[in-house]
Design a protein around this ligand. Structure first.
Ligand SMILES: [Zn+2]
Length: 442
């Protein structure tokens, strides 16, 4: 019925002015969203741009010249504090977002007094749904880990890896961190033996590069594309390493073979690392990679009709501003000429620091002034100093090399997405997801 009214309105609009066509289009959209919101949720795709808040969202919009794929789906704000501080780390923030429990910074899936808590991924698995984790960091890093592991310390990545495979908990595992699945005897960092062989015995297909990933079949997939973390997007070898979008698409297609539905978490891990380093160009290019992954998820969700997509950062990183140095302006376009991270540029500067001008020009096209060169020479951290100079030129400001405690926007699309409206705590997210999927959770 709604559809019929909508199409009449659209047809009427077409007969008249362009303005009314737009009105008709919005009418259809609004009504579809209203109908969708009451629908059943079979699948949840939870996408986390690590370190991202409104400052990143605004800079990124200017950087690409249009809204991101998820901008139109903003629903509310989330509070991010951890159990012991106003400024959370990824482990405590992730634990809240995955389990609904606040904990102290550094802790993975346990309460401050060490009690293990249950995650939304485990709840989905218990309800016979397929499960997946995708990240561009090591796949055993804090944000993916909180969904499928319980350890007192986030640095204990060797203890996190085997927990993913216990009782086939995570069906699709894609990211970096091959070292934590390779035994110490084989040059890796896994004391419990060769987890890759163990996974293959359990029926996982193991892939190590973009081509193998694209040919993946079956329902269980272990893809480890680097010994440590994967490459920053602007330095990624596109013939070897898959993009976050490619990993997301393969994860969705693999998990969607399960008739009971799936839960998938996808992390844009390195936006946070860019923030810590004040690397504005890295922040924008890794946000672009994340945006494309969200676009892929939204495309699937639109066709599927029973998939809820939720996008939210876990905390802000770096205190990124839009405009800086007392100026009412933004020159973000200069970042389009930057082709390497500050870390890479710093690694090419000689011990006499005599080639700063050449290296920075090669990767940014910027001609540095004497005072800018001086700043880089005198800095204790060359990489951050280069990034500060580039950020100053772009008028992107930074206030911290750590996280900050600001509230974050939360975006949602699909059935039940209106449940994410208003001011939420990060602990509300998994409870709302469970409610939307109608699965038992605690
Ligand atoms: Zn984080």
């Amino acid at each position: 019925m709604l559809k019929k009214i909508a199409s009449v309105a659209l047809a009427a609009g077409l007969l008249f002015s362009g303005l009314q066509v737009t009105f008709g289009g919005d009418f259809v959209k609004a009504n579809n969203q209203e109908t969708q919101n009451q629908g059943k949720v079979k699948n949840v795709i939870f996408m986390i741009p690590d370190g991202y808040n409104a400052g990143y969202a605004t800079n990124y919009r200017w950087y690409i010249g249009e809204d991101s794929s998820f901008d139109p789906h903003v629903k509310g704000l989330i509070k991010t504090h951890s159990a012991n501080t106003a400024v959370t780390d990824s482990a405590a923030a992730g634990t809240a977002m995955a389990t609904g429990h606040k904990t102290n910074n550094g802790m993975i899936g346990v309460t401050p007094d060490g009690k293990e808590v249950y995650s939304i991924l485990k709840a989905a698995k218990r309800s016979k749904k397929a499960t997946g984790l995708v990240a561009t960091s090591t796949i055993t890093h804090a944000t993916p880990a909180v969904f499928a592991a319980n350890v007192a310390s986030r640095s204990d990545e060797a203890s996190i890896a085997p927990q993913y495979l216990e009782n086939n908990l995570v069906d699709v595992i894609l990211g970096g961190g091959r070292d934590y699945f390779t035994s110490v005897d084989d040059g890796g960092r896994q004391p419990e033996g060769n987890l890759i062989k163990e996974a293959e015995k359990k029926g996982y297909q193991y892939v190590t590069d973009k081509t193998e990933l694209s040919k993946a079949k079956g329902t269980k997939l272990l893809g480890l594309f680097a010994k440590g973390s994967m490459s920053p997007e602007m330095q990624r070898d596109e013939t070897e390493e898959p993009s976050l979008e490619e990993m997301t698409n393969v994860a969705i297609n693999t998990l969607n073979k399960n008739k009971q539905g799936f839960f998938l978490m996808v992390e844009g891990s390195q936006i946070d690392w860019a923030g810590h380093a004040h690397d504005s160009a890295w922040a924008m290019t890794d946000t672009a990679a994340f945006d494309q992954a969200v676009e892929a998820a939204l495309e699937f969700a639109k066709k599927d009709g029973k998939t809820l997509v939720v996008v939210a950062g876990d905390h802000e990183t770096g205190g990124m501003s839009v405009g800086s140095n007392g100026q009412y302006d933004l020159k973000i376009d200069i970042l389009h000429n930057v082709t390497a991270t500050g870390d890479k540029m710093a690694s090419e500067i000689n011990s006499e620091k005599s080639n700063i001008r050449e290296v920075v020009k090669k990767y940014t096209s910027l001609e540095l002034s004497d005072s800018e060169v001086e700043k880089i020479i005198n800095a204790s951290n060359t990489s951050i100093a280069i990034n500060n100079v580039v950020s100053d030129r772009a008028l992107v400001g930074w206030t911290s090399t750590a996280h900050t405690g600001t509230d974050l926007p939360i975006y949602a699309f699909g059935p039940q997405s209106n449940k994410f409206s208003g001011l939420l705590d990060n602990t509300d997210i998994p409870r709302i997801m469970a409610e939307a999927m109608k699965i038992k959770f605690n």
